[in-house]
Design a protein around this ligand. Structure first.
Ligand SMILES: Cc1cc2nc3c(=O)[nH]c(=O)nc-3n(C[C@H](O)[C@H](O)[C@H](O)COP(=O)(O)OP(=O)(O)OC[C@H]3O[C@@H](n4cnc5c(N)ncnc54)[C@H](O)[C@@H]3O)c2cc1C
Ligand code: SF4
Ligand code: SF4
Length: 423
């Protein structure tokens, strides 16, 4: 597949360093708030509802949880993972080799059409002529859903298909998407006139625009143009699979952060729903052992979704090991380093990568660790760049989930963890 040629600056990412950044200079995005993840709602006829539904105007997690579950999160794992009825480690008995993992998500979308449970599935394909440029698809056949297997790891305006679902009189819909999309979808759900909505969520963090994804690959891989699949794995390294099957592994600690600083949109750095908590069924991997997927069943509809695919799934135990709290003080220290600081010397990085693999958190403890780290990093980002917005866009569970570190937080950042001062 041929990719369009992109020129990269030798000096840094496309938006420059430490810039508060909207997504791109795309004309479509003119007039959007500074925080926008291009979820697609503002491209639809529902754009006037943006101020009432956008997660970056007012985070409505608490209200949506009440509507979906009749309650908010309880202490314990719900503070990090969101409200769930059951969680599993599973994978397809016959994995799809083109899928991101084993293909649970696209198999489920296809099955919903095969069993006539829905009229259409909103999913994300690749734009013609590219491998990874995200293009929202309103799939009407199982084959169309299966053809969207695999991540296009960049922002995708999936909600721009809301108008097409209305134009095609679709009454039963499945939506596959990221957490910001799901928040907005839940907020406008009652306007859609649907008889049934299935929401399949994928965990999402640190997403980027397509040009910045290309830039990222050019900085990380020895052969960026031959990468056909890549994933941030639970063994603290990025695996990149190339044409021909070769797998390149890059330890997280070896990422050239001085060159990558600035590629993440402000919206993704102000996002507090890594595990996609407002969907019916989350399908990720980060709480499961390597080779397995992590499923969180959240609602009755989520239970129905799991049952539909159960005959095609194999299951294993969810496990956990390590102690995430040990890494947090060092992580806080790293957050105080100047943006784009150079990475440590090679031998130190080698030792850190070894220790992370040997002694680092594993299984569910790994998921807890990285969710907490992203909550903390993003809270600090909002406080440094969008302080006025904190009371509107930082949801309640962030403070509850990070409470065990409140003393260390206060010492390190010389301010309380709680939002009291900013509200
Ligand atoms: C940007 C991004 C970051 C992610 N980060 C994590 C993570 O940190 N931890 C974790 O556990 N899981 C993460 N995931 C989810 C994970 O990588 C897999 O997508 C998920 O586990 C499903 O695998 P599968 O084999 O069942 O999917 P497949 O059957 O291969 O289907 C993939 C599905 O992903 C959807 N999709 C692809 N690209 C996009 C996009 N840009 N926006 C919206 N939907 C898209 C497609 O619609 C398709 O239905 C991330 C996904 C994305 C897109
Ligand atoms: S994130 Fe979505 S709803 Fe919010 S401003 Fe951007 S396109 Fe509009
Ligand atoms: S990181 Fe958050 S804001 Fe960015 S695309 Fe993913 S869910 Fe949306």
């Amino acid at each position: 597949m041929s990719e369009p040629e992109i020129e990269y600056s030798a000096n840094g990412p496309s938006k420059g360093l430490d810039t508060i950044s909207l997504l791109s200079s795309d004309d479509r995005l003119k007039g959007r708030p500074l925080l926008c993840s291009d979820c697609g709602l503002c491209d639809s006829s529902l754009k006037d509802l943006m101020s009432k539904s956008c997660v970056f105007v007012r985070n409505q997690t608490q209200e949506i949880e009440q509507r979906l579950h009749g309650r908010n999160r309880q202490d314990g794992d719900e503070l990090r993972f969101g409200i769930f009825r059951a969680q599993y480690a599973a994978r397809m008995r016959r994995p799809n080799p083109k899928a991101q993992w084993s293909g649970i998500v696209t198999s489920l979308g296809a099955r919903l059409l095969e069993e006539d449970k829905v009229d259409a599935v909103i999913t994300t394909g690749a734009a013609p002529g590219t491998r990874f440029k995200a293009e929202p698809i309103l799939a009407r056949t199982p084959e169309e859903v299966r053809a969207t297997a695999g991540n296009k790891p960049c922002l995708s305006p999936n909600l721009n298909l809301i108008d097409a679902t209305r134009d095609q009189s679709i009454k039963r819909l499945a939506f596959i998407g990221t957490s910001c999309q799901v928040h907005q979808l839940r907020a406008v759900q009652d306007e859609l006139g649907l008889e049934k909505l299935y929401v399949i969520g994928i965990p999402c963090s640190d997403n980027v625009t397509y040009p910045d994804l290309e830039y990222f690959l050019s900085q990380i891989s020895r052969s960026p143009k031959t990468v056909i699949h890549h994933e941030f794995m639970q063994d603290f390294s990025l695996w990149l699979r190339h044409e021909g099957g070769k797998v390149e592994r890059v330890n997280y600690v070896d990422f050239p952060m001085d060159k990558l600083h600035g590629i993440f949109p402000s919206a993704c750095l102000s996002c507090f729903d890594y595990p996609n908590t407002l969907c019916d069924l989350t399908v990720g991997y980060m709480g499961a052992e390597l080779g397995w997927q992590w499923l969180l069943v959240r609602t009755e509809t989520g239970e129905e979704l799991l049952e539909i695919l159960r005959p095609d799934l194999e299951f294993t135990e969810l496990t956990e090991d390590g102690d995430r709290s040990r890494g947090m003080p060092r992580y806080m220290e790293r957050l105080t380093l100047p943006p784009g600081a150079k990475r440590p010397p090679f031998l130190i990085r080698k030792l850190v990568a070894y220790l992370q693999r040997k002694k680092g958190a594993k299984g569910l403890e790994f998921a807890r660790a990285i969710i907490e780290m992203k909550l903390l990093r993003n809270l600090n980002y909002v406080r440094s760049k969008f302080a006025r917005f904190e009371s509107r866009i930082v949801p309640y569970h962030v403070y509850d989930a990070l409470e065990p570190y409140s003393e260390a937080y206060e010492q390190r950042f010389e301010r309380p963890l709680t939002a009291a001062e900013t509200k």
